[in-house]
Design a protein around this ligand. Structure first.
Ligand code: ADP
Ligand code: ASP
Ligand code: MG
Length: 410
């Protein structure tokens, strides 16, 4: 008998029939003697619809109210799921975040979980009742509704699993595991039997939306066994694990991409100390998160300064830089919000030189121009024009032999 936390994503609870299928699946686990806490997302498309309504009402929606609005999606799906489990033969009770309670800080739209009370969940499990908890939402110290950021139900599930010391947290979704690249883009992407927390965190942070980055961070920190698996069919899925010496590490574990990117360039800036701080100061204070930064000095003694931000922050960042350009006497301020970032990730890269040149050769062979590059010990990211995104992902997948070979021992 195991204590399991099972999270079902938007597609998995996207219709009445699918919710009934989830209920039947959960009941199957209970019948086998397991104790199961269910976490659900909003029905697919619902959070986008709610965000659209909020943006329709106000060009600069109030973050506190946007969180109340977005949290509504999960309220519907927990009630429907709990009712479906009851109809399928087991007692079940739905819980909003404040009923559990799932405590967070007050950063609306990107709140972080600080504590979860597990008394009610444990009491239900002891009585054979299946608790169905709303993912993605929390409650701050003043009782305000908060949300954890898009895709955040994964993090709710892992945090509950950590608080309960569950045997496993299972992220049940519309793919049967973590693949070497998004299977929607790469036909011959391979499911990984296992992946390290470190690689999964990097892939998730670089855009692979199969797991919310915070959920991986949480699972690594609290040693929660984490598995990504299909909601629809049986199978082992992908286990996220600590690095094992016995595992033959492939150099590259997978490819991630993000369309959520934009870049800004200030050209012809006088090359004097303090320029980077004058340019990035107002952006950082906004606060707008800056990702890659490149600075080049030209022959004429001026410098060009380029950095990337999330696409949603592009207009705001451009507005902030107008006055800075005038102050610094820079020649030009330009930008591009039709760019994308493609990254190769693998802990095996630590001990292998030449991965970058292999990646650049593959892009060159397809005539794809690299706009920016950034590297760390276990990843290389390039920025390319968005129109080349899918081609870039596919050609890198092929260049590193990810489709053809068996990628792990198991
Ligand atoms: P859910 O609604 O269940 O949370 P998501 O849409 O958030 O599901 O995440 C699952 C999706 O992640 C898949 O449908 C797939 O297209 C995408 N994805 C991106 N990269 C990967 C990857 N490396 N492996 C598996 N799925 C991936
Ligand atoms: N419903 C939320 C979203 O669409 C949370 C989640 O799906 O994990 O982002
Ligand atoms: Mg998701």
């Amino acid at each position: 008998m195991a204590t399991l936390v099972q999270k079902y994503g938007g597609t998995s609870v996207g219709s009445v029939e699918r919710i009934q299928a989830v209920a039947a699946r959960v009941c199957g686990y209970i019948d086998q003697g397991h104790r199961v806490v269910v976490v659900v997302s909003a029905m697919s498309g619902e959070t986008n619809r709610l965000v659209g309504l909020g943006r329709g009402v106000s060009a600069q929606p109030v973050p506190r109210e946007m969180d109340v609005l977005q949290a509504a999606g999960e309220q519907v799906s927990i009630a429907l799921t709990a009712m479906a489990i009851k109809a399928a033969g087991h007692e079940s009770r739905s819980y909003l975040a404040d009923q559990v309670a799932i405590r967070t800080d007050s950063s609306f739209g990107k709140a972080r979980i600080s504590h979860i009370d597990v008394e009610r969940l444990n009491a239900d499990l002891d009585q054979g009742v299946v608790p169905v908890v709303a993912g993605f939402q929390g409650v701050d110290v003043d009782g305000n509704v908060t949300t954890l950021g898009r895709g955040g139900s994964d993090t709710t599930a892992v945090a509950i699993a950590a608080a309960l010391s569950a045997d496993e947290c299972q992220i049940c979704t519309d793919v049967d595991g973590v693949y070497t690249a998004d299977p929607r883009i790469v036909d011959d992407a391979q499911r990984l039997e296992r992946i390290t927390f470190e690689e999964m965190l990097e892939l998730a942070s670089l855009g692979s939306k199969v797991l919310h980055p915070r959920s991986v961070e949480f699972a690594g920190k609290y040693q929660v066994p984490l598995r990504v698996m299909s909601s629809f069919e049986e199978g082992p899925g992908t286990l996220i694990t600590t690095e094992s010496k016995r595992m033959e590490q492939p150099i590259v574990a997978g490819i991630a991409y993000s369309r959520d990117e934009a870049k800004l360039t200030m050209s012809g800036v006088p090359d004097v100390p303090g320029v980077a701080s004058r340019i990035l100061g107002p952006v950082g204070r906004a606060p707008i998160e800056v990702d890659m930064i490149v600075q080049n000095t030209g022959a004429d003694g001026t410098t060009d300064f380029t950095f990337t931000v999330k696409r949603d922050d592009y207009d705001h960042a451009l507005d902030l830089l107008g006055p800075v350009q005038r102050e610094l006497g820079a020649r030009e301020l330009s930008g591009d919000n039709k760019i994308a970032k493609v990254s190769v990730v693998g802990v095996g890269m630590r001990s292998h030189a030449g991965v970058a040149s292999q990646m650049f050769d593959a892009l060159a062979a397809e005539n794809i121009n690299i706009l920016m590059i950034s590297t760390s010990e276990i990843k290389i990211s390039v920025v390319v024009a968005e129109r080349y995104l899918e081609l870039a992902v596919r050609c890198m997948h092929e260049a590193f032999g990810l489709g053809a070979e068996v990628v792990s021992e198991e």
